[in-house]
Design a protein around this ligand. Structure first.
Ligand SMILES: C[S@@+](CC[C@H](N)C(=O)[O-])C[C@H]1O[C@@H](n2cnc3c(N)ncnc32)[C@H](O)[C@@H]1O
Length: 217
């Protein structure tokens, strides 16, 4: 059966500079399951053109980031930004995050997950294409460490409402941090956020945490 995809396009017309970046810069940053993880590890899902991820990488050198994106020109742009800023704490997984989680990423390796301004799929008949739904959340949870966070941001109030409901209904998650919970990272304002603000939307950041490890286990 064909799986419903949360993205509209994975490729697009590329400028010669983008094509060159795909061939020469992107390979340096591509993630492999063998890459050693020696810092708290944050997964950023759907980084777009990579501006917020490059900003976070520069501001949080104590973290290691894995950015996943299906859109090839976006991956090329992020790789170029990383090279320009001489940042080496980000790796890029090119492709669908569902496949990354199912087939490649080790279990319980993530300290945090960020989903910033995912495609809203505004029409009701398209809501089934929204990324963050119960099946996807189950998949994500298997890769989180104790005390890890999931940080979702959107300007679409009905998407935010459904995500809050999803987090509340999930017995593994809490919407209030404990002392040991990892704090979500600051994020810069992106193009998608600006567009939402111009349209008069309210931006919501929703964070949920996994509990700390049960010391009786
Ligand atoms: C609206 S953009 C937001 C970009 C960025 N996070 C920001 O805030 O500027 C959503 C991005 O998610 C990507 N995306 C959607 N579904 C995805 C999936 N299943 N796996 C990887 N990336 C995905 C899209 O290609 C798109 O670039």
């Amino acid at each position: 059966m064909r799986r419903i995809k949360s993205f509209a396009r994975s490729a697009g017309r590329m400028t010669p500079a983008q094509r060159l970046a795909v061939d020469t810069v992107l390979p340096t940053y591509l993630w492999s399951a063998q890459s050693p993880i020696d810092k708290p590890f944050i997964l950023d899902i759907g980084f777009g053109m990579g501006h917020s991820l490059a900003w976070q990488a520069a501001h949080y050198p104590q973290y290691h980031f894995l950015g996943v994106e299906v859109f090839l020109p976006g991956a090329a742009r992020l790789a170029t930004l990383l090279q320009e800023k001489n940042l080496n704490n980000v790796q890029i997984a090119l492709g669908d995050v569902v496949l990354l989680l199912k087939e490649q990423l080790p279990l319980h390796c993530l300290s945090g997950v960020q989903i910033f301004f995912p495609d809203p799929w505004q029409k009701k008949r398209h809501h089934k294409r929204r990324l963050l739904q119960s099946e996807f959340l189950k998949l994500l949870l298997r890769h989180l460490q104790p005390s890890a966070f999931i940080h979702f941001a959107s300007d679409w109030s009905d998407y935010c409402q459904s995500v809050r409901g999803l987090f509340r209904a999930c017995p593994e998650l809490s919407l209030t941090p404990t002392q040991s919970s990892l704090q979500p990272l600051k994020r810069p304002q992106t193009r998608y956020e600006n567009r939402g603000l111009v349209q008069g939307h309210t931006i919501e950041d929703i964070v949920a945490w996994l509990p700390e490890q049960d010391s009786n286990l």
